[in-house]
Design a protein around this ligand. Structure first.
Ligand code: NAD
Length: 315
């Protein structure tokens, strides 16, 4: 298959590209190497992909409709992962979120409709569940209670995809990822920040007084769910992709300290606006319909990240 993969220089996009290429798909990556975090890391990921058989990277913005249109020509599927992905950055940059996560999403979706693409898979987020307290979080639960602009963006994406499926029959699958981590991970996420702080003898800033709980999902497991969604190409679905087990934040910190071989100094801070106390994914639907079977627990996944981090930064 020939697949347009937006956000291919990003954390999850990079791993997805590798998996698709490994099984012989053709991948057209589209990414603008946005400066939201160090573009050098995106360049380094792209360098791993460029030159591989079947891969092409197009450096373009999803807001550039012509570029999206050209990149999509002749593709069998679209996998749309490009977005501004951090919850907190939106507080100071709301306009960019509306532009990229709403208008940009529309550009990709509408172009897929126009070119009669056979199916589009896109990244949603556990953030659509917002302040829900009933656990585990299931696809059938209410999603009208977002606590962040980012969560609202992702809910809006799901609604837009639903409308496009209803109006034009475009097959659409939304994937609600739950806190993804692993090698080549994002510098704005907890695992990177904790590892960086410990290995540079800086204080770890721990929000929510360390009382938050998360369903942490290893990136290889997420990618297996993405690839299964592309292959199954259901008419219209939304799936939770999580590990299906929830960890205490302090157990996650302990796993990082163990992998780094030393303890970190800690500063406990209150919850940040937009944060949720707990996430716990109900993954029964993804298991049943996608054959999704997440295997990696934090005791294996965290050391794999730390090993990558040390090698990449020469520490
Ligand atoms: N990592 C997680 O835990 C997580 C959880 C839930 C949902 N998601 C979603 O998964 C997707 C991938 O996330 P990620 O963690 O790999 O983030 P990422 O920031 O590493 O990847 C996103 C990529 O999109 C690109 N991009 C941003 N704006 C663009 C634009 N205007 N035009 C073209 N490219 C643009 C960026 O340069 C980046 O390479 C996102 O949609 C994100 O919202 C991620």
């Amino acid at each position: 298959m020939k697949i347009l993969l937006t956000g291919a220089a990003g954390f999850i996009g990079f791993h997805t590209a590798q998996q698709l290429l490994a099984r012989g798909d053709e991948v057209i990556g589209l990414d603008n190497f946005s400066p939201y975090y160090d573009p050098k890391l995106k360049e380094a990921r792209a360098a791993q992909l460029e030159g591989k058989n079947g891969f092409q990277m197009i450096r373009a913005d999803i807001l550039d409709r012509d570029a999206v249109s050209k990149a999509m020509k002749g593709c069998d599927r679209v996998c749309h992962l490009a977005a501004l992905a951090g919850v907190r950055y939106a507080f100071d940059h709301p306009d960019e979120y509306i532009d990229i996560n709403i208008r940009g999403f529309f550009n990709v979706l509408d172009e897929a409709r126009k070119q009669e693409i056979a199916g589009m898979t896109y990244a949603s987020s556990s953030s659509v569940y917002g302040g829900n307290t009933k656990m585990p979080l299931a696809e059938t639960d209410r999603t009208d209670n977002q606590l962040s602009l980012y969560g609202m963006n992702k809910k809006d994406n799901e609604l837009m995809a639903h409308a496009y499926h209803s109006l034009y029959g475009l097959p659409v699958t939304g994937l609600r990822f739950f806190t993804v981590y692993g090698p080549w991970g994002r510098p704005d996420m907890a695992l990177f920040l904790f590892t960086d702080a410990i290995l540079h003898n800086r204080t770890l800033q721990i929000y929510g007084q360390g009382k938050m709980q998360r369903d942490f999902t290893f990136v290889d497991d997420i990618v297996s769910g993405i690839v299964a969604s592309i292959d199954k190409n259901f008419p219209e679905e939304v799936f939770n992709l999580g590990c299906g087990r929830t960890e205490e934040l302090m157990d996650y910190v302990a796993a990082v300290e163990k992998a780094c071989g030393r303890e970190g100094k800690k500063e406990f801070l209150p919850m940040q606006p937009g944060d949720v106390v707990r996430t716990e994914a109900d993954i029964a639907k993804a298991k049943k319909m996608l054959g999704f079977d997440p295997k990696t627990q934090i005791k294996e996944g965290v050391p794999r990240f730390v090993e990558w981090y040390r090698k990449y930064y020469g520490l």
